[in-house]
Design a protein around this ligand. Structure first.
Ligand code: SF4
Length: 521
């Protein structure tokens, strides 16, 4: 192996370079030959710590990263495999993890994943059995298990994605709170989404320090050409942000193809210099599809200009319209004024607020292990659960009430208490229980852009009682599918649901550090 990603990122003096490769939808051909050639050239060059390989990006079927990853590892180049939760349930995920370990690939970029794209005969079933936090936690527990069983562990090195490029206050904090959970679950590194806003890049580094959850973070540097710039500008790559102003600039640059290419490489090198100056531990380069020489040119240029990084900051000033920033702007540097914060103002109103207060009150009375009424509820639940008629009567009561109040999907393992009394099964198309995915845009859902992301709603609800920080605290174990269509009320009181049975996972993967810093509003 030429370089080891784990060793490089563990060395605070080493500026890490990773390169994203996209295997494509064929199992052979020129595009795939180019991918393997780029990996070989990257290894020969010696500056790249690992190549990362995408996992069916956009939810569209493509060659498995495991297969192409194995070929690249066998050539001696280290690999980070993108691992999404879209297409496999937890059984499939565990099997794939063991397979990767066996093949010598243990650096994992753990992702919830884009929503399902189209395949044979139409759109595929979105699985999303667990989310990215649970996936990271799973790798941590798998290591622990193998250590206990065999006296040694399959050392996995999971990392996560984070997007500072969010427009609304609620989705910005939803990202940062989730990062706290991911770090608690065991993420060893983070990679940002694609964006061109230096102030946002700096915000992420600063907030990690303020939260006390700093992990080595790589900033994304995408070599921006007109086609991907247009796609990103239309919001078609979840989480990636190219504003209209930047798109216009790129299109102008590419009126002359040669000039366009030169500008794209220069922009990438300058962004890399800014990231290095801001304290990023490395860069994650994307948009290199034909030849390694593009990355080599960027890295050569970076070596020459990195000391000038502060001069380049104004070139990465592409804020989103009415975009929220956690920290106040320093007009001199274009970055933040120390850690002086903009006051959060977003909160729920009207029906959202009424529903939240009502549900909170009811939940506190009926579903609270600390309550003096709980022994009574347990006795009553036990009686009902013992007869078929009792269970039927419970269904006839519980189902309509929860359908009306929550659009309940009868999962039997209720998670509303972790989501400001919104249902993760009916309100989030990816059924995420641990925080927003990276795909929301301007506060709206990646999958249904006409409705707000459920975590934006949860944040706004919690803001009403000054408890938004609760979103960063608890690790929520995955849904217990064995309870599907049974009574969640009985399961709670009879201690059959995730709050009792799998709560050991929550303890194992609890967020650490002092996050978050927010004071109650
Ligand atoms: S509701 Fe939010 S977390 Fe769920 S899929 Fe939509 S954007 Fe992602």
């Amino acid at each position: 192996m030429s370089r080891s990603f784990y060793k490089d990122i563990s060395d605070p003096d080493h500026f890490v370079i990773t390169l994203e490769l996209v295997p494509g939808s064929e199992y052979r051909g020129l595009a795939l030959d180019a991918v393997t050639q780029i990996a070989k050239d990257a290894m020969a060059d010696g500056r790249v710590s690992a190549v990362t390989i995408t996992d069916n990006p956009g939810g569209n079927p493509s060659l498995s990263p495991d297969v192409i990853g194995k070929e690249i590892v066998d050539h001696g180049m280290d690999v980070i495999v993108h691992f999404t939760c879209r297409d496999s349930n937890r059984g499939g995920i565990e099997s794939r993890a063991l397979q990767l370990a066996r093949m010598g690939m243990r650096n994992i970029l753990a992702l919830t994943g884009d929503y399902s794209g189209k395949g044979f005969g139409g759109q595929g079933t979105p699985v999303f059995d667990i989310d990215s936090c649970s996936l990271i936690c799973f790798f941590k527990m798998l290591e622990h298990r193998t250590r206990l069983e065999k006296g040694e562990s399959e050392r996995f090195f999971p990392g996560c994605a984070v997007s500072p490029f969010k427009q609304a206050e609620a989705e910005t904090f939803a990202q940062y709170f989730k990062l706290c959970k991911k770090v608690g679950a065991g993420a060893g590194f983070a990679i940002t989404q694609v964006g061109y806003d230096a102030r946002k890049f700096e915000e992420l580094i600063r907030i990690q320090k303020d939260f006390g959850t700093t992990i080595p973070t790589l900033g994304s540097v995408f070599v921006l050409k007109p086609a991907p710039a247009r796609i990103m500008n239309r919001g078609k790559i979840p989480g990636a942000v190219v504003t209209g102003k930047l798109l216009d600039l790129v299109l102008r640059e590419w009126e002359d193809k040669q000039q366009g290419r030169k500008s794209a490489i220069e922009r990438a090198a300058r962004l890399a210099a800014v990231l290095k100056g801001l304290g990023y531990r490395g860069i994650h380069v994307g948009g290199v599809h034909k030849s390694f020489s593009t990355l080599a040119e960027i890295l050569d240029r970076l070596e020459k200009i990195e000391h000038q990084w502060q001069e380049f900051i104004p070139e990465f000033d592409f804020p989103q319209e009415n975009g929220f920033y956690v920290y106040k702007k320093d007009s001199k540097t274009g970055l933040s004024v120390n850690s002086e914060r903009n006051l959060p103002t977003s909160r729920a109103h009207g029906w959202e607020k009424v529903h939240f207060h009502f549900m909170r009150k009811v939940h506190d009375i009926f579903f609270n292990f600390e309550s003096s009424l709980e022994p009574l509820f347990q006795k009553f639940s036990s009686m009902i659960d013992n007869t078929q008629l009792g269970r039927l009567l419970m269904h006839l009561t519980e189902d309509p009430v929860k359908k009306i109040l929550l659009s309940c999907k009868k999962c039997g393992d209720c998670g509303i208490q972790h989501l400001a009394f919104l249902c993760p099964e009916s309100q989030c198309p990816k059924h995420i229980r641990n925080g927003a995915c990276g795909g929301s845009s301007r506060g709206m859902c990646e999958v249904y852009p006409d409705r707000p992301c459920v975590y934006v709603r949860a944040y706004n609800r919690l803001a009403v009682i000054g408890k938004t920080k609760d979103m960063s605290r608890e690790f929520v174990p995955p849904r217990m599918w064995e309870l599907n269509r049974s009574s969640a009320w009985l399961n709670f009181h009879l201690k059959r649901d995730h709050q009792t049975v799998s709560c050991v996972i929550a303890r194992y993967c609890a967020p650490q550090g002092s996050c978050p810093f927010m004071s109650d509003k």
